[in-house]
Structures are given as C-alpha cells and as structure tokens.
Design a protein around this ligand. Structure first.
Ligand code: FES
Ligand SMILES: [Fe+2]
Length: 397
C-alpha cells in the first residue's frame, strides 16, 4: 500500500513522538520473530442468534444505539464554520454541522414545517434551506427564514428549530446520543481511551474523501473485519495485504475500547536489525471505540470507519472517511493524500465488501450454531464481549 508513495513527503501534524508504536516496538519484534500474535485466553463461541435474532437485534438497537453514546464522525469532516455532512444512522437522517462559533451540532435532518429532508451530502453553508417551502435554518438549527411569513404570524419561531441531539466534541471526534434527555459525557464514554486518542491530535486532521457503503451483514460482522489482520493475506493479497504481516498484532484494551498494533511488512527488517524503526511506516494502529467507530492509522493519516446497524439485523452501513494528519501544504502533498485514500477505500469496497456480503447470509441461515472466534482474534472477541456486557449479559466464553 505504501510502496508507491515517496516517503520523503510528510504531512505535518499527527502524534509525532507520542506515536504508540514506540512503546510497542519490543512486543512487536517478539511477535514478528516468533511468527505469532497476541492471543486471547480462550476460543470464543458466538451464538449465531447474536447476529440474526430479531429480539437480540432490538435489544442492541435500544440499549446501545438509541440510548448509548455514539460517534457522529471525526471533527475533521466538519472542520470549518459552515461545514456540514449528512449521515443515515439506524432509521434517522442526521445533519452534522459546525456553526459560526466553531461549535459542532448533530441535528435531525427533518424540516419542522412538514418533515422534508433538508440537506444532502456534504458541503459548506451557513444556511440550510428546505427544498419544499424554503424554510431555512442556520448551522445550529435555528429557523432564520420563512417565506409567506403572514401565514405564521402567531408562531413562536424559537419553537421550530431543528431538533438537536445531545453531543460533545472530544479528542477530534463528535460524540452524540439519540436520547434527547441525556447529557453527553464523552469523557465517561471514553474512559482511559481518551488519553490514547488525544495523543494523535485528531482534531487537526484534514478530510480527503468520504465513502458510504451498505452491506447485507449484521453490524458486528461488518465491524469484525476491522478488528483483525488475520484475513489480510487472503482477502487483500493482491492489494494492501503484502504490506502487512497478517495475523501479527499486539492487543490492548482501554476500558471497553481496544487497540491492535499491527506489524507492517518492513517490521521484519526492523526485527532483523537491518532497518531503523519508524512507527509511521512500520506499524498500523487499529482502534475500536465501542460501539461504532474504528480508526486505522497509516503513514500520512487515518481511515475513520463507522459501522452502524440498520433496522433489519442482517444489514449494516459503513462510512469511510480518509483523513490526513493535517491539511496538505502543497500540490504534491494533496496528491499523496488522494493517492493514499484510494487503495484504502478500494480494499473495503472491492475486497472486504464482497466477503462480508457472503458472511451476512452465512450467519443468517447457517445451521452451525456458533461463530468460532480464535485466540488470535482478541479484537473480534472484545467486540462481542463488550456488546454482551452493555446488554447486561454474561460475556462470551
Ligand atoms: S417541509 Fe420544509 S419548508 Fe415545508
Ligand atoms: Fe479487510
């Protein structure tokens, strides 16, 4: 993946000396030398009903997604005042904005007149105008324009702003909840993971490209694809796979959340003492922020992968945002950023996607009772353990 890029081009920003790869070096060398990976204590058997039973799915939607804390996206996706993006989450359309004062908002994208969808896609504007009767709202959701005002002369306009979901921006991400009565508490949600996220300075990252996909696979099945490198040689063997030493990663938890420290292929030379270690080029951190956010770091930036369920347990949505460590300062840097974003997105769209499309039916219709998750897949196990724990169920053994 990185072979085609000139390593002399760097994009300012990111973690600098705070890159966790430095701390993981000895562990990674031991794994590479041993041809192994960090292992969970036991194999985990996940009942197939956890991927497909309507009651189980409804419990996950209700407890985790309708009442819990979620991630709306990276701050970089709405970096400047007026920037906005629309996302579909569960059965809702969200309008995520940044207002004139730099405050991020997560709004329901439904006009308070007669319900039309107001915004689409992404862009930058201080005024969102409904396509139906042209009511307009500012980036904080306040009604700021209404044609035919005499028809609404007794209306208190302050009562018809867009509905805002509780949200809080922290460590370069916008966290929110669908629970209108909740007070957002990103610090409590992140726990010890906040400090790990903050070392990356994600708030200064810069968005290159966004991609939306839908898979006929349960949301946990989709998320699993980003919680191990076990599949890399097989699924990504002709693209990004050769750049990664598959099935070779450290594993650490931060509260509910986790970090996989994956060894990239040149770690073999580092382990042999033939190459000076550079964590940006020789490792990739794969983070899971429970429940819906995955972050995969690369030499110039990161892939932000957001996975959410749909109302049907067999379907999920994925948003992929490629960000660089900072804004490119030259045409060459911009080109590098764009070149880097394509194989990352293509690997998901053209390689993970087709496999996931088969996992969906396999988990929905299989008669094999359980998915069997190996000791070499501690990240996958952690996803299921945390989901079970959030539902108040016993952790999978
Ligand atoms: S529905 Fe939006 S202005 Fe009428
Ligand atoms: Fe993959």
């Amino acid at each position: 993946m990185t072979d085609q890029i000139d390593a002399s081009v760097t994009i300012a920003g990111g973690p600098g000396d705070a890159h966790p790869g430095y701390e993981l070096l000895d562990r990674l060398i031991a794994l590479v030398d041993g041809g192994t990976t960090d292992l969970a204590d036991d194999i985990a058997r996940i009942p197939l009903d956890h991927y497909r039973a309507p009651e189980r799915h409804e419990a996950e939607l209700d407890t985790i997604f309708r009442r819990g804390t979620l991630c709306a996206g990276p701050s970089a996706a709405v970096a400047e005042p007026g920037d906005f993006m629309v996302r579909e989450v569960l059965d809702k359309s969200l309008l995520i904005t940044r207002d004139r004062d730099g405050v991020a908002h997560v709004l329901l994208n439904y006009c308070t007149h007669r319900g039309a969808i107001i915004a689409e896609g992404e862009g930058c504007t201080q005024r969102h105008t409904c396509p139906y009767h042209a009511w307009s709202f500012d980036a904080s959701g306040t009604l700021v324009g209404l044609p035919g005002a005499e028809g609404f002369d007794t209306l208190d306009r302050s009562t018809v702003g867009l509905v805002e979901l509780p949200s809080e921006e922290r460590a370069g991400f916008i966290f929110y909840t669908f629970d209108l009565d909740a007070t957002p508490d990103a610090a409590a949600h992140l726990g010890p993971f906040a400090a790990e996220l903050e070392r990356w300075n994600f708030a200064g990252y810069w968005k290159v490209a966004t991609m939306d996909l839908e898979f006929n696979a349960n949301w946990k099945s989709t998320m699993e694809a980003f919680a191990e490198t076990y599949h890399f040689p097989y699924v990504h063997g002709a693209s990004i796979g050769p750049g990664v030493i598959g099935n070779t990663a450290t594993f650490d938890t931060f509260g509910r959340h986790h970090r996989l420290g994956a060894a990239l292929v040149r770690m073999r030379e580092v382990a042999a003492g033939d190459l000076e270690f550079d964590p940006f080029w020789h490792t990739s951190m794969l983070y899971w922020c429970c429940p819906d956010l995955m972050i995969a770091n690369s030499p110039f930036g990161a892939e932000i992968i957001q996975v959410t369920p749909m109302v049907d347990p067999g379907w999920s949505r994925l948003r992929h945002t490629y960000v660089t460590m900072g804004p490119p300062s030259s045409e060459e840097e911009l080109e590098v950023a764009q070149v880097m974003s394509r194989p990352a997105a293509d690997a998901i769209r053209l390689e993970d996607g087709p496999v996931l499309q088969t996992c969906g039916p396999g988990l929905a219709h299989g008669e094999h009772g359980f998915a069997t998750i190996g000791r070499n897949e501690p990240g996958v196990q952690n996803i299921h353990r945390q989901v079970d724990d959030l539902l108040g169920l016993r952790s999978p053994s």
